[in-house]
Design a protein around this ligand. Structure first.
Ligand code: IPD
Ligand code: CA
Ligand code: CA
Ligand code: CA
Length: 274
C-alpha cells in the first residue's frame, strides 16, 4: 500500500494517543472523570489522548488548524487545512471497561475530508483511508459488505441517551428496521460503527445528531470502501451536520427507504384520525 507522508503523520498520532488510552484503560478505576452535561463524561484519558494528537499533528504541520472534541476549534494560519479529532470515541464504553473505543483523526482540505484514520488500541485495529486510495484495516484492503437482502443484514445505530433529547422518532425507526433485518447493534462509538461498515462487519449504519469529530474519518473510510453515505433522507452527507445513513449501494437505499417509512408512520400516528 502506497501511504502518503500525511497519512503516516496521522497514523503515528493515532497510535501514540491509542497507546495512552490502552494504558489508562488498564487503570480505569483510578481515572479522574467529570461531566460536561447529563451522561456526557470526559476523563483524564480523553484529555491526555487529545493532547498527544494535538502535539504530534501540530509539530508535523504547524500552520494547520484543529476542530477537536475537548479543546474545540483552534485557528490555524493555513485556511485550507484543518484536522478534525475525536481523541476518544466511545468514552462511556471506555469508562465501563468495554474495549470498544477509538482515536479518530480526519484531515479536511477546503472543507472536504481527504484522509481518515481510526485506531482501536484494545483490538489493535487500525483503519485508514485517503481520497482515491481505497480503505484499509491493518494494511489489508477493505470493502463494504456485498449483501443485498435486508433479512440477512446486520445494522448499527446510536440509541439516544440522557441529555441527547428524547428523539421520539427513534422508536419508530427501530421498530421499522428490526422488523426487516437480521439485527441491530449499538456499539457506542460512531467512528467504529462507520469503520465496521467500511470493513463489511455491518451492512449499514444510521445515527442522528453526531458531531463532526464522530463522523469525519469514518465517512471517508466508508466511501473509499465503496459505500454510500448521506443524511437521513438521502440528502448529501455533511460531516458538519452529523446525521448519517450508510451501507453498500443497495443497503444504503433500503435504509433510507425504511427510515422514510418510519417517519411517515410517526406522522400518521400524530395526526388526529379524520
Ligand atoms: C459518542 C459516541 C456514541 C454516539 C454519541 C457520541 P464520545 O462519542 O460516538 O456512539 O452515540 O452521540 O457522542 O462522546 O464517546 O466521543
Ligand atoms: Ca464525548
Ligand atoms: Ca465521539
Ligand atoms: Ca470523544
Amino acid at each position: 500500500m502506497a501511504q502518503s507522508a500525511l497519512l503516516n503523520v496521522m497514523i503515528t498520532a493515532a497510535m501514540k494517543a491509542g497507546r495512552i488510552l490502552a494504558r489508562d484503560f488498564g487503570e480505569v478505576q483510578n481515572l479522574q472523570v467529570s461531566m460536561k452535561g447529563p451522561a456526557d463524561f470526559v476523563s483524564a484519558a480523553d484529555r491526555r489522548a487529545e493532547e498527544t494528537v494535538y502535539r504530534e499533528l501540530s509539530r508535523a504541520r504547524p500552520d494547520w488548524g484543529f476542530l477537536m472534541e475537548e479543546r474545540g476549534a483552534v485557528e490555524g494560519r493555513d485556511p485550507q487545512h484543518r484536522w478534525i479529532v475525536d481523541p476518544l470515541d466511545g468514552t462511556t464504553n471506555f469508562l465501563h471497561g468495554l474495549p470498544i473505543f477509538a482515536v479518530s483523526i480526519a484531515l479536511e482540505r477546503d472543507g472536504e475530508i481527504v484522509a481518515g484514520v481510526i485506531f482501536n488500541p484494545a483490538m489493535d485495529e487500525l483503519f485508514t483511508a485517503e481520497k482515491g486510495g481505497g480503505a484499509f484495516m491493518n494494511d489489508r484492503r477493505i470493502r463494504v459488505a456485498a449483501r443485498q437482502r435486508m433479512p440477512e443484514a446486520l445494522f448499527g445505530t446510536g440509541v439516544p441517551f440522557l441529555g441527547k433529547g428524547d428523539h421520539p422518532g427513534f422508536l419508530y425507526e427501530l421498530r421499522q428496521i428490526m422488523g426487516e433485518s437480521a439485527g441491530i447493534r449499538r456499539y457506542g462509538a460512531a467512528a467504529l460503527d462507520l469503520a465496521y461498515v467500511a470493513s463489511g462487519r455491518l451492512d449499514g449504519f444510521w445515527e442522528r445528531a453526531l458531531q463532526p469529530w464522530d463522523v469525519a474519518a469514518g465517512a471517508i473510510l466508508v466511501r473509499e470502501a465503496g459505500g454510500f453515505l448521506t443524511g437521513i433522507e438521502g440528502e448529501p452527507f455533511d460531516h458538519i451536520r452529523g446525521d448519517v445513513v450508510c451501507g453498500n449501494e443497495f443497503m444504503h437505499k433500503a435504509l433510507v427507504t425504511e427510515l422514510g417509512k418510519a417517519t411517515a408512520k410517526r406522522k400518521a400516528a400524530r395526526s388526529p384520525a379524520s
